[in-house]
Design a protein around this ligand. Structure first.
Ligand code: GLN
Length: 471
């Protein structure tokens, strides 16, 4: 599949057409999806839209919206009116969205054509897409391995060349980690840069939607279309007051050396050090930094996130949405529906969240975690006085085998470098940084660039130089 930039040029030049590209995308999905399971649903009606887009290009050429005729895949926790929105949960198996998420509305206005809904961990809880109620997604690079998660279907959709861009959501790493495992680009914006209206809430103070793409330039195009103040989401930032930290030619990069000692595979560390060296060669400055609180992010995350999950998922009660299982009284209906509708990981987090919010434990856990979060942000602000960008590997390892991580804690540890970013609300991008070998197969790994609050444009600008320009 070509990039958005290439497609757009060719559509305008008339060397290919949306009809042709969308037809090919749908055919490819039909051919490969039985094995990969990246898509939960394919939208055949995309072809009708493609024909209309083809007509538009013939009539108006370059005078058409930026994404006209570009095939896009959408994680299935994002509402697209008239289509099923399952969150990969049995509880919403037959639920149809009644309105468009703000980001969907914006993408539609820009001319994007949605070709299908992508698989994910149930309600975005997980790091491998094995927690889907509709079966796991496989990594297109090596189908014995996971694509990462929770936006594993979106990452696989791009990696299998079905679409140039898939939209994911990231609460603790769910765009960046699968991007890293599948060898593509994944971007998590500054919290509040993008509207959450019409996204199924997981951890409301952490969730952001973002693009998974083959190039940084494509990610930037799509992010800029989705971003902006939304009257339907009070946490979105007004672009007029948005503190864009600006771009430079040469940067000071901070590397938290001590943090990297924490369970990172040796060859991943080697590749990371080589990446750092290449930045030095480009004339950037590298300094060692210390992030003692940031390092504790995982502990705070697994208190804050389940607390918000337990509250957000209370709405799935058998009355308002989706599945409803009968019972002798109302309480039975709630219990039976939730017992049958939710998978084990979702239940685990609801229990954990309910516990940390209960009276007597609130101060000990939830209050402390929130305090830790404030302190982490202070620590980060301090570090960003001296550095422009922080570097870490995206994940400590390449993609693991399907079924390999069967205890939740070892799965959680994969997010050690990504969750502190959500807790502090700053932006980060994952870029491919080479391959490592496992069982005679080359597997992609990723490097994470973390920017200060409002540093989205800065990350795109440097990432285009270090990644796109070297492609
Ligand atoms: N893997 C992390 C978790 O399980 C992150 C999930 C996400 O970002 N949605 O919570």
């Amino acid at each position: 599949m070509k990039t958005i930039t290439e497609l757009r040029q060719e559509y305008i030049a008339g060397t290919t057409s949306p009809t042709k590209v969308i037809t090919e995308a749908l055919n490819l999905i039909k051919e490969k999806n039985t094995d990969i399971n990246a898509f939960l649903e394919v939208y055949e009606d995309a072809l009708v839209e493609a024909e209309e887009a083809t007509k538009q290009y013939k009539e108006k050429g370059a005078d058409t919206p930026e994404l006209l005729g570009v095939p896009v895949a959408l994680k299935n926790n994002i509402l697209l009116k008239g289509k099923k929105a399952t969150g990969a949960s049995k509880i919403l198996e037959n639920y149809t969205a009644v309105y468009d998420a703000t980001i969907v509305k914006k993408l539609k206005e820009a001319g994007a054509i949605f070709v299908g809904a992508t698989n994910m961990d149930e309600f975005a809880m997980g790091g491998s897409t094995e927690n889907s109620a509709f079966g796991p997604t496989k990594n297109p690079v090596d189908t014995t391995r996971v694509p990462g998660g929770s936006s594993g279907g979106s990452a696989a959709a791009v990696a299998m060349n079905a679409v140039p861009v898939a939209i994911g959501t990231d609460t603790g790493g769910s765009i960046r980690q699968p991007a890293s495992y599948c060898g593509i680009v994944g971007f998590k914006p500054t919290y509040g840069a993008v509207s959450r209206y019409g996204l199924m809430a997981m951890g409301s103070s952490l969730d952001q939607a973002g693009p998974l793409t083959k190039t940084v330039a494509d990610a930037e195009i799509v992010h800029n279309i989705m971003a902006g103040k939304d009257s339907m989401d009070a946490t979105t930032i007004n672009p007029d007051t948005y503190r864009d930290v600006g771009v430079k030619d040469k940067y000071v990069f901070g590397v938290p050396k001590k943090f990297l000692k924490d369970g990172v595979d040796e060859d991943v560390l080697t590749a990371f050090n080589e990446h750092v060296e290449s930045l030095k060669k480009d004339g950037h400055e590298i300094i060692e930094i210390d992030l003692p609180l940031f390092e504790q992010g995982l502990a705070a995350y697994y208190v804050v996130m389940p607390a918000e999950v337990s509250s957000n998922l209370a709405r799935y009660d058998g009355i308002r949405y989706g599945l409803s299982v009968e019972g002798d009284n109302l309480l039975d209906v709630y219990e039976n529906t939730r017992a049958e509708g939710f998978g084990p990981e979702v239940k685990r987090r609801i229990l954990l969240g309910t516990h940390v919010l209960s009276s007597g434990y609130y101060d000990a856990y939830y209050g402390k975690a929130q305090l830790a979060r404030v302190k982490m942000r202070e620590e980060l602000d301090e570090v960003f006085k001296n550095v422009d960008i922080i570097l870490t590997p995206t994940a400590p390892t390449p993609a693991f085998k399907l079924g390999e991580k069967n205890d939740p804690l070892s799965m959680y540890r994969q997010d050690i470098f990504t969750v502190p970013v959500n807790l502090t609300g700053v932006p980060a991008i994952s870029l491919p940084m080479g391959m490592v070998e496992r069982e005679e197969k080359k597997l992609p790994i990723g490097v994470q660039y973390i920017g200060p609050h409002g540093g989205d444009a800065r990350l795109f600008s440097i990432a285009k130089k270090v990644y796109d320009e070297r492609l």
